[in-house]
Structure formats: structure tokens, C-alpha cells
Design a protein around this ligand. Structure first.
Ligand SMILES: [Zn+2]
Ligand SMILES: [Zn+2]
Length: 369
């Protein structure tokens, strides 16, 4: 491809690599399962006709990054460059790109491609793609070109223009990065099950996911309760927009709040007694799992049928839903609460995430990679 594709641009960063030329970029990778992340270089694919090159500015650390480096969910592809909460700026565009211009503020979330033809892809639910191989995850996946995907702990990303999202101008890129996974993971079920005025919503757990749930559900107009093991983060929860904050270690919580909620979103992946939580739902209420416990969950059927209650699951969101979430967050000025770190602090940040010592999301300054 030639620079005629970028002749409308005026900066010096608009150069597109010649067709067929791959890009060597800086990254932090785990060489093997559970290995510490170390600075290295990786090869990004050549810029295709509909690809954009993103100058990564910030990348969030999601708990699932740690799970995948540790092969907790099955064998991984190594070296592994994690990161699916990516915020940056378009550096260059392929010749066929129509959606983006150099300088646009963009985000990339948990997937970078899908079959585009199955019912779910056509419905904008690419995360549930049923085509061969399903959605192509941003890292620890295999692209349609047969090459492994590498995530956001890197200086640059090459991605199809249709799989990038617009980040509203009023949101700072560092605190917006976690919206691409944590934000949409909570927004999607809250929107789908109708959180809004007159609805009582409980968020279980006040971590990286839960704190986004509190902010978003509050902005949607719902009455929000945090259900947390202890009252340790109560002040934080109320500041983030919760109306109530209750400890699940206190048995009175389950008797006093029985039959209260229209919707409960469980962000905790530890084993909880889901039957007890189902008892907190009103008739026709729904308990949605967004965290994934390692072991199968057990539920007392009486907890479901005595109130026509539902137990459901939800995984991130599709492209239209993710853009809707970003626009919603732009309108309401919602971003994540973050602790910005340098790339060399990634391993320490992993240890702190595992210890629950983060309020509420670590974000890597990609300029330090
Ligand atoms: Zn994530
Ligand atoms: Zn599909």
C-alpha cells in the first residue's frame, strides 16, 4: 500500500508499512506458563487493506490476564502478551479504511475478529460468535491468518478497523482503558436486564469489575447495593455511587434483604452459595454471573422456582454494545478508578491483584514499555 492512503494527514506518523511488511514492536510477555513478564519484541502482522495501526497509550491489567498467563483456564500460547483493555490513538490506516483517521482515539477490548457471518455476529454479539473457532481473542488466540494474537502490553497493535471502538473525547485514555473489559462486562448485563429508575440492583464484589458496575448502575438510575464480604470498602462503595453497602459475612444481610432485588450481578469468581443469593431476588429477578468459578456451581432448584427466578451468565459485549457503553460513559463522565503503573511494575501489580490490593484497576503506561 502507498502513502496515497494517508495524504490527507499532516503529521509524520501517518506512514503505512509497505504491504507484506510486518512490524516489530516492543512488548511485555510471559515466556512460559506462570513466568514473570519480561520486556521483549513481537511481530505485528502487515497492515492489511482494512487494518489500522494503533499507537497503544494505556493497557489495563485484568484478572483474567493473570489466569491466562497461569494457564488456569487451559493451555496457553507462549510467549504470551496479555492485555485486552487497550486505549490508544490511530497512528496509520490501510488503504481501504473508512471509519478512522490518524489521530482518532480508539479502544480495543477482548476480541479482534470473528466470523462476521453467524447469527450472533450479524446481531452484533461477536463475543458469542459461533463460526469456526469463535471470536478471535485479543491475545492467547489464533487469528484467521493462523498466527497467534498478542495483546495490549505492547507499544502498537494492528487490528481490523471494524474491531476498534471510539473513545469519547472527554474521557482520559488511561482511566478509559478498563472500560474495554471491566466496563462492558458490567454494562452489558445491566443494560440487558434493564437496570434503571425504580429497579433495585445488587453488585456482588467491589473489585475491578464491581466498581464499574456500581458506577454504571447508578448512572442508569437504579438503586444500587453492594454486597461484599466485609464492610472494609464501604466508604469507597458509597463514594462510587452505591446507595447501600452490606456485608455478606453477616447472616442478617440474607434475611433482611430476602426478596429485594430485581437484578444481582455477581462479579466474584470464588465459590459462593448461589442459592442464598437467589433468595435475595424478587419474583422474576435474575442473578447474572460475570465471574467464572473454577468448579461447577450448585443451586437449590427451590431457590429458582419459588419466585420464577433466573440464573444467567453474561460475557463482555459485542461491538455495538461496547460502543454504546463507551458513549454512555462519555455522557456520564464515567471512567475506572485506576492506579497507573510503569511496565516494569507489571509483575508486582499481578501479585497485588492476587492479594486484592488494588483500587480498583492497574493500568500500564505504554510509554514505559
Ligand atoms: Zn478482562
Ligand atoms: Zn460469528
Amino acid at each position: 500500500m502507498t502513502n496515497t492512503t494517508t495524504n490527507a494527514m499532516t503529521t509524520s506518523t501517518t506512514e503505512v508499512a509497505p504491504e507484506g511488511t510486518t512490524r516489530t514492536v516492543a512488548a511485555y510477555a510471559a515466556a512460559r506458563p506462570d513466568a514473570p513478564l519480561e520486556k521483549t519484541t513481537i511481530t505485528r502482522r502487515a497492515v492489511g487493506e482494512h487494518d489500522i495501526v494503533i499507537d497503544i497509550k494505556f493497557s489495563g491489567i485484568c484478572h483474567s490476564d493473570i489466569h491466562q498467563v497461569g494457564e488456569d483456564w487451559g493451555s496457553g500460547i507462549f510467549p504470551m502478551v496479555p492485555g485486552h483493555e487497550i486505549a490508544g490513538v490511530v497512528r496509520a490506516v490501510g488503504p481501504g479504511v473508512t471509519r478512522w483517521q490518524v489521530g482518532d482515539r480508539v479502544g480495543v477490548g477482548c476480541f479482534v475478529d470473528s466470523c462476521r457471518e453467524c447469527d450472533n455476529c450479524r446481531a452484533g454479539l461477536q463475543q458469542y460468535c459461533t463460526g469456526q473457532g469463535g471470536a478471535v481473542f485479543t491475545y492467547n488466540g489464533v487469528g484467521h491468518d493462523g498466527l497467534p494474537t498478542y495483546g495490549g502490553y505492547s507499544s502498537e497493535l494492528v487490528v481490523d478497523e471494524g474491531y476498534a471502538l471510539r473513545i469519547p473525547d472527554n474521557l482520559p485514555l488511561d482511566a478509559a482503558a478498563p472500560l474495554l473489559c471491566a466496563g462492558i462486562t458490567l454494562y452489558s448485563p445491566l443494560a440487558h436486564w434493564g437496570a434503571g429508575p425504580g429497579r433495585k440492583v445488587a453488585i456482588v464484589g467491589l473489585g475491578g469489575l464491581g466498581h464499574m458496575g456500581v458506577k454504571i448502575a447508578h448512572a442508569m438510575g437504579a438503586e444500587v447495593t453492594v454486597l461484599s464480604q466485609s464492610l472494609r470498602k464501604r466508604e469507597d462503595g458509597l463514594k462510587l455511587g452505591a446507595d447501600h453497602y452490606r456485608a455478606t459475612s453477616d447472616p442478617a444481610t440474607f434475611t433482611e434483604l430476602a426478596g429485594t432485588f430485581d437484578l444481582i450481578v455477581n462479579t466474584v469468581s470464588a465459590d459462593l452459595d448461589l442459592s442464598a443469593y437467589l433468595g435475595l431476588l424478587r419474583t422474576d429477578g435474575t442473578l447474572v454471573q460475570v465471574g467464572a468459578p473454577e468448579k461447577p456451581v450448585t443451586v437449590n432448584a427451590h431457590a429458582l422456582l419459588t419466585g420464577r427466578r433466573s440464573l444467567a451468565g453474561s460475557m463482555i459485549g459485542g461491538l455495538p454494545g461496547t460502543q454504546e457503553m463507551l458513549d454512555f460513559c462519555g455522557e456520564h463522565g464515567i471512567t475506572a478508578e485506576i492506579e497507573l503503573i510503569r511496565a516494569e511494575q507489571i509483575n508486582e501489580a499481578y501479585r497485588r491483584v492476587l492479594a486484592g490490593d488494588v483500587r480498583f484497576r492497574f493500568v500500564i503506561d505504554a510509554a514505559t514499555i
